[in-house]
Design a binder for this molecule. Structure first.
Ligand code: SF4
Ligand code: SF4
Ligand code: FES
Length: 235
């Protein structure tokens, strides 16, 4: 559970926000997620890591008097006065099932698994919606060219929140197409690390079994001591 203490706020400092159309007065320092909980709601959907990594807390909001539609992660975005909130914990985007071991890392794989990639209009609504500040339009353009490596690289920080798909006039599922590109890149195109392969062979050959058994036999205090005494690479 959340134990982090919030600074004391007087009633005069509380600000109005709107959750499902109802006004609540909340401290101005809270994130949207904490403000929703402060207002008395228990979040079951639309919450996960609370740290900006899982993509479960995508939220759309407007500010009273401002026609613009804004997007953010509820666990990262601080509330503002007169914020009208709508959480989008799940977006029902198209997702194709596939076995990555059966696919080839070529453009045709993108086009046959997700033919809609070629429908992108280049409007950029997805880029504006992305709370990770990913240039979604540009990674989609890479996808249209069949450039798997570029699409994988540009979409690397995607947390699968679905906000880009929610805004797309061409009904793309950008994040699902991009994760296919990252999987193809990771499995087939990324350079192999020889050191990693050697270490995996050593592990499989049992080279570290005795050390692991010894570590597992230690109690918490001994483990803590061992941790503190570990070799640390100089900065
Ligand atoms: S919102 Fe859709 S159509 Fe517009 S650039 Fe993004 S993927 Fe393409
Ligand atoms: S690319 Fe789309 S799904 Fe990924 S983080 Fe950005 S808005 Fe969310
Ligand atoms: S709860 Fe995981 S990104 Fe917000």
């Amino acid at each position: 559970m959340e134990t982090e203490k919030q600074p004391e706020v007087t009633d005069a400092e509380l600000i109005p926000i709107y959750i499902m159309g109802k006004q609540y007065m909340v401290p101005p320092t809270l994130t949207i997620m904490k403000a929703i909980e402060y207002a008395g709601y228990t979040l079951i959907r639309g919450v996960g890591c609370r740290g900006g990594f899982c993509g479960a807390c995508g939220t759309a909001y407007r500010i009273l008097g401002d026609p613009k539609l804004y997007f953010g992660l509820a666990c990262q975005t601080v509330v503002q006065p007169d914020m009208y909130l709508a959480q989008i914990p799940f977006f029902p985007a198209q997702r194709t099932r596939y076995d990555i071991r059966q696919l080839e890392p070529i453009a045709a794989t993108l086009f046959t698994t997700y033919p809609e990639v070629l429908r992108c209009l280049g409007c950029g609504a997805c880029t504006k919606a992305c709370p990770q500040e990913i240039d979604v339009r540009t990674y989609m353009a890479a996808g249209m060219r069949g450039d798997i490596a570029r699409m994988a690289d540009l979409s690397f920080d995607c947390i699968m929140c679905g906000l880009c798909a929610a805004r797309c006039p061409a009904e793309e599922a950008q994040y699902n197409i991009a994760i296919l590109a990252r999987r193809l890149y990771g499995r087939y195109l990324a350079p192999r690390s020889e050191h990693l392969l050697e270490r995996l062979d050593e592990i499989e050959a049992g080279q570290f079994d005795a050390q692991m058994a010894e570590l597992k036999s230690l109690d918490k205090d001994a483990l803590t001591e061992r941790y503190k005494a570990r070799d640390i690479e100089p900065k």
